[in-house]
Design a protein around this ligand. Structure first.
Ligand code: NAD
Ligand code: TYD
Length: 354
């Protein structure tokens, strides 16, 4: 598997995967294929852009002709599929873009792989990267396992569930060698500031309100993005065809407890008095269909492939905050233009006094 196509390589997780593969496997060609939507950013890969084994193609996963050409020209032998519309709040406002990219785009990519490999699947692999949100919402107890019934609630999670089913269908119907992982919430450098943690870091720093949906009691299981990239590398090389692996950090936080921890860390980093940043916390109208709790049982990948997270949440959060404070230019570029319009529409004019 030495010519690897990474879709969504300019996004948050994709860029960490591309960087890891480019550096770790100099003998492999890594082709990042990305449409460069608002979430795609070539600055994420500025440090590897001149590496001889890194290649970038600007393209849409719904463009079957371009995919066919890339598979042929680059003699692609493996696919890591991360391209997606990924933000739940945007899926509530505009579900069609999620149906197009996450469902139609995934089938277009499956067809491109199947046709390019001409049904000779020896030494080939199609790896679909998915989310724990396909399993729905947990109550206070229990964990998502690989056998948990799918029960998605948002247009985002429903579109990802649909793509998972289609990937399995191509395995069961055509014998395409596929593997799927479902991961919990990631955080870390290069995370687009529409998601909770980077949005809060940016707002704390700039003195804006930190919007918390509902009462902040919803629970997420957070994993540092480089630990996810390490798991993806492992599953791609060692996972079994036809299998699903859950990936998670065993690291559950209510949103409000997480934001309080982040505020306290930011107080230290910004030289503020303890408790100052927490004054920016602002409770706002809850998200529609807001899933209460996600939590992953990651024992299968640990047992079968030997993967465990390498950083604690406190370490990962500190690395993340340090990265955002050191990469002011990155943040300024991504919060201009389209982001301002999105922010205004999503949050209206919140004031710190709310
Ligand atoms: P992201 O939104 O940061 O990046 C998505 C990337 O896909 C962007 O670079 C974007 O330009 C590209 N893209 C979007 N539509 C495209 C299209 N039609 N054609 C080609 N490229 C397109 O997302 P992320 O957070 O990095 O997530 C990557 C993958 O991991 C997604 O499939 C997501 O469902 C999954 N996932 C994410 C998380 C998380 O916490 N972020 C957790 C589990 C799984
Ligand atoms: P998010 O980062 O959007 O990830 P996901 O919805 O995929 O889990 O949200 C994480 C949690 O934070 C989720 O419970 C929704 C909540 N949230 C807020 O309270 N305020 C916000 O402004 C955002 C973006 C999210």
């Amino acid at each position: 598997m030495n010519n690897i196509l990474v879709t969504g390589g300019a996004g948050f997780i994709g860029s960490h995967v591309v960087r890891r593969l480019v550096k770790k496997y100099p003998e492999h060609n890594i082709v990042s294929y990305d449409k460069l939507t608002y979430a795609g950013n070539l600055e994420n890969l500025a440090d590897v852009k001149d590496a001889p084994n890194y290649h970038f193609v600007k393209g849409d996963i719904c463009d079957g002709e371009l995919l066919q050409q890339v598979f042929a020209d680059r003699r692609i032998t493996g696919v890591l599929h991360l391209a997606a519309e990924s933000h739940v709040d945007r899926s509530i406002v505009n579900p069609m873009e999620f149906i197009r990219t996450n469902i139609v785009g995934t089938v277009t990519l499956l067809n491109a792989a199947k046709n390019a490999w001409k049904d000779d699947f020896a030494e080939k692999r199609f790896y679909h990267i998915s989310t724990d949100e396909v399993y729905g919402s947990l109550g206070a107890a229990g964990f998502f396992t690989e056998d948990t019934r799918y029960d998605p609630h948002s247009p985002y999670s429903a579109s990802k569930a649909s793509s998972d089913h289609l990937v399995r269908a191509y395995h069961d119907t055509y014998g395409l060698p596929v593997v799927i992982t479902n991961c919990s919430n990631n955080y870390g450098p290069n995370h687009f500031p529409e998601k909770l943690i980077p949005l809060a870091i940016n707002n704390i720093k700039t003195g804006k309100p930190i919007p918390i949906y509902g009462k902040g009691e919803n629970i997420r299981d957070w994993l540092y993005v480089e630990d996810h990239a390490a798991a993806i590398d492992l599953v791609f090389h060692k996972g079994k065809n036809g299998e699903t692996y859950n990936i998670g950090g065993h690291n559950e936080w209510t949103n409000i407890a997480l934001i309080r921890l982040l505020c306290s860390l930011m107080d230290k980093k910004l030289g503020r008095q303890e408790g100052q940043s927490a004054k920016q916390i602002t409770f706002v109208t809850d998200r529609a269909g807001h899933d209460l709790r996600y939590a992953i049982d990651a024992s299968k990948i640990q047992r079968e492939l030997g993967w465990t997270p390498s950083v604690t949440f406190e370490q990962g959060l500190e690395k993340t905050v340090d990265w955002y404070l050191a990469n002011q230019a990155w943040l300024e570029h991504v919060v201009s233009g389209e982001y301002e319009k999105y922010y205004e529409k999503q949050y209206g004019k919140l004031s710190a006094e709310n």
